[in-house]
Each structure stands twice: as C-alpha cells, then as structure tokens.
Write a protein that binds this ligand. Structure first.
Ligand code: ZN
Ligand code: ZN
Length: 83
C-alpha cells in the first residue's frame, strides 16, 4: 500500500498500486501523476527455530537469506526463503 497526497488540496488516499499512474483527486478533481516505487512490505513467513521449535511470523523477502535470533532460546539460525 502506498499513500498519495493531492498537490492541490492535500487530500490523502491509500492505493495498492505499482508503477506510474494518473490520479484524479476525489475531493478537488485535480489530476496529477504519482509514481509508486513498489515498497510493498514482504509477506510474512512462518519460521520455526530448529533448536526449540518456537514459531514466529516474520516479514522476509522472497529469495533472501536472513539471520534470525530466536526469542525463545536465544540461538541464532539462518533462514533462506524460496523464490
Ligand atoms: Zn485534491
Ligand atoms: Zn529457539
């Protein structure tokens, strides 16, 4: 989700889009172009600790490798998400 502001009246709107769009303001009908860079938060992945089995939902980008500190037992483990 991205938040856009009308340059004319300041009306804000939340949109779920990516790319470049011509937006028409709901309030003042001013037309303006907005660019959404695609800062969509990664989906949450259920990760479980190999040591104590504690499960946690973490926002992890696809195809990335992250180090996770377990809140349960304090051990650190690596998690690699596919695609
Ligand atoms: Zn406006
Ligand atoms: Zn653990």
């Amino acid at each position: 989700m991205a938040r856009i502001f009308c340059p004319n009246c300041g009306q804000s709107e939340t949109v779920d889009l990516r790319g470049r769009f011509l937006v028409t303001c709901d309030r003042c009908h001013q037309r303006f172009s907005a660019i959404f860079a695609g800062h969509r938060p990664p989906a949450e992945v259920a990760v479980s600790c190999p040591k104590c089995g504690r499960r946690e939902a973490l926002p992890i980008k696809g195809g990335s490798k992250v180090k996770i500190d377990c809140d349960g037992c304090g051990s650190q483990f690596e998690y690699r998400s596919d695609s």
